[in-house]
Design a protein around this ligand. Sequence first.
Ligand code: ADP
Ligand code: ADP
Length: 231
Amino acid sequence: GATIRLENLTKSYPGNPAPAVDNVTMDIKAGETVILVGPSGCGKSTTLKMINRLIEPTSGRIRINDEDVTDMDPVKLRRKIGYAIQSSGLFPHMTVAENIALVPKMTGWSKSGVKDRVEEMLDLVGLDPREFHGRYPRQLSGGQQQRVGVARALAADPPVLLMDEPFGAVDPITRDHLQDELIRLQHELHKTIVFVTHDFDEAIKLGDRIAVLRERSHIAQFDTPEAILTN
Ligand code: ADP
Ligand code: ADP
């Protein structure tokens, strides 16, 4: 894992007077799973996108292991951060294997290294490589697509994993199953995970710590599930 520090992070979108994220400061420890939970529109996705540098903060800083994300070379950033989103975000014209191989290839892994890694990742998320390797996303169920999305996010072995409602689009039984798998993965891999959800039960189940957010990502509480449940 790696530490993540958000320092007075603010984002105002053009044409919108109220900031989506207003002066948020948060320290995330190496190897912990932090859940951002809060109502729709409170700025959770915006926060995650800033960490992943998909959007620029209006002000404030983000550091990963004390290194400012803004100064980081894009390829290095890809190596550091895996990103999984609702609806899986898989490229429809690429096979499962090609989707998973994307970031390792981009970051300079050898052909044989990438090939082995794709199989390893499919095994890790519980999909038989022989069966799923050559399929296109449309030939998968929603739950299988989410698994491939997680496999792709983990493929280059990044210390940080950002997950934006990754199980939001699957049925409750599959979701429960995927949550259990994430807990198992976390025991094995010790990634630093920032996980966004609006589902409080999911937050309690998955989080080492939970940040309960109000509007503009104001942090109402930031504590362990046990402490939050007893307050
Ligand atoms: P959440 O992930 O908690 O649902 P978001 O981060 O998506 O919240 O959105 C936070 C706020 O910023 C909302 O009020 C939303 O309407 C606004 N917002 C999000 N994206 C944009 C954008 N591209 N342009 C303008 N406003 C945006
Ligand atoms: P080669 O084929 O040149 O012997 P590999 O295919 O084993 O080398 O790996 C090439 C590079 O890809 C390695 O130097 C390493 O940085 C990266 N790599 C390969 N496999 C992994 C892995 N499982 N975890 C992290 N990095 C890996």
